[in-house]
Design a protein around this ligand. Structure first.
Ligand code: NAD
Length: 439
């Protein structure tokens, strides 16, 4: 099948590459010439495990191409995936300018039947707006080329995106005409060979499903974070509580980890956007989600509170930071809790040495030549001259460190662990002052 993917970010590049992997002829379009240059030179502009090899393999096989040429991209695919960003607007609603811009480009240039598939996370009602934008462009040209609009929200997780796309739990397709449903079934058949995972819904339900999924996951995290804060005051251990409730199959173990707040490009913005849609379009105040967001905003400062209670005045203090990305296996720094922590430490007069296996480059891009932030080339390197260690991202390589070496290198043997990586007894027995979340 001939497929165009508009946007080569985390979702677009992974989707396009995986669709090429199963034999499709895929052209990926981006308006950012730098991204396309990197891709054309055999690199990838993001970090995502397994992606680089898959891109190279499919480029070499002639199934995957990249372009900045909009007209060529519109002509190429019968299926046109829109996978551009939908960042939060100032009022928290999803900014649809990139999605509608892409839809207009398709309407302006298409000359034959297209299935326009929205993969970006968009509020309920966007399918109709995409439809109207294309209709408007066709009308301006005085042509009546047929097209279908489909909502196909993406559920991949950064850090495991290739695996998630190749072996999805479910594929949600919101479509309202048979031709489009037929095409989408054919397109996704290779990804669900052992059993059917494709759920066909109306367009609005598909759009809402994506927000509902992220909102539920964010709710579980904020719920656990609040209970962790309570457990700490009451003298209970949230990790024991987590195991105690996770064993109930109605609850399950997933997404029950307390920590220093959720971040990333999806949960914060999608929770905000859903609250806003409910308010503006339905006059409904989503009380649970409003609290989820409030709890998360507060949780991003929990480590700062612990550091201040332990050290008092932070002026002139220097902290080692392990982990910058919002979660392991990605270089994505969008809404990462580390950013709030670093800002808090700077505001209190402290400085930071950070180490992250892949996100330091992106952090440097964000913070520029900020002199209060130094980068170390190893976890232990970050500890030199530091008053304490703060852990923000649960990278595997932080899970079993040499505590004796940590103690010998830090000025004070203190660890603030925002991801509950260690057994508190073990660490404390090593002579380290250990502060975790909810235990
Ligand atoms: P991203 O910011 O990494 O990538 C978006 C890309 O689109 C950028 O490269 C940008 O240059 C490009 N772009 C913008 N306008 C364009 C246009 N008119 N034509 C061509 N290219 C254009 O974003 P992302 O993280 O891949 O997310 C994309 C969408 O998918 C968002 O709506 C997001 O909420 C959703 N989503 C993201 C994830 C995730 O884990 N990142 C998971 C599921 C869904």
């Amino acid at each position: 099948m001939k497929i165009t993917v508009v946007g080569t970010g985390y979702v677009g590049l992974v989707s396009g590459t995986c669709l090429a992997e199963v034999g499709n002829d895929v052209l990926c379009l981006d308006v950012d010439p730098e991204k396309i240059r990197i891709l054309e030179e055999g690199g990838i502009p993001i970090y995502e495990p397994g992606l680089q090899d898959m891109v190279r393999r499919n480029v070499a096989a002639g199934r995957l191409h990249f372009t900045t040429d909009i007209e060529k991209a519109v002509q190429h695919g019968t299926v046109q995936f829109i996978a551009v960003g939908t960042p939060p607007d100032e009022d928290g609603s999803a900014d649809l300018q990139y999605v509608l811009g892409a839809a207009r480009n398709i309407g302006r240039l298409m000359t034959d039947y297209k299935v326009v598939v929205d993969k970006s996370t968009v509020p309920v009602g966007t399918g109709a707006k995409v439809h109207a934008a294309i209709a408007d462009e066709l009308q301006k040209r005085g042509v009546n080329t047929p097209y279908s609009v489909v909502s196909n929200p993406e559920f991949l997780k950064e850090g495991a995106a290739v695996e998630d796309f190749m072996r999805p739990d479910r594929i949600v397709v919101g479509a309202e005409d048979e031709q489009a449903i037929h095409l989408m079934r054919a397109l996704y058949a290779p990804f669900q060979r052992n059993h059917e995972r494709l759920i066909v819904t109306d367009i609005k339900s598909a759009e809402l499903t994506k927000y509902a999924a992220n909102a539920m996951l964010a709710t579980r995290i904020s719920f656990m974070n609040e209970l962790a804060n309570l457990a700490e005051v009451l003298g209970a251990d949230i990790e024991m509580v987590r195991q105690g409730i996770g064993s109930d199959p109605r609850i399950g173990y997933h997404f029950l980890y307390p920590g220093c707040g959720y971040g990333g490009s999806c949960f914060p913005k999608d929770v905000k956007a859903l609250i806003k849609t409910a308010q503006d379009d339905a006059d409904i105040s989503l009380k649970v989600l409003t609290a989820v967001e409030e709890a998360n905003d507060a949780q991003k400062h929990v480590l700062t509170g612990k550091i201040k209670s332990r050290f008092g005045d932070l002026k002139g203090k220097h902290f080692a930071l392990w982990g910058l990305a919002f979660k392991p296996n990605t270089d994505d720094m969008r809404e990462a809790p580390s950013r709030e922590l670093i800002a808090d430490l700077f505001a209190a007069g402290a400085t930071v040495s950070a180490y992250d296996p892949v996100a330091m480059h992106e952090t440097q891009r964000i913070f520029g030549d900020e002199s209060r932030l130094k980068y170390a080339d190893s976890p232990m390197g970050a500890l030199e001259g530091a008053d304490a260690l703060v852990i923000v991202t649960e990278w595997k390589e932080f899970r079993s460190p040499d505590f004796e070496a940590i103690k010998a290198t830090l000025k004070n043997p203190v660890i603030f662990d925002g991801r509950n990586l260690y057994d508190p007894k073990f660490v404390r027995n090593s002579g380290i002052d250990y502060f975790a979340i909810g235990r």
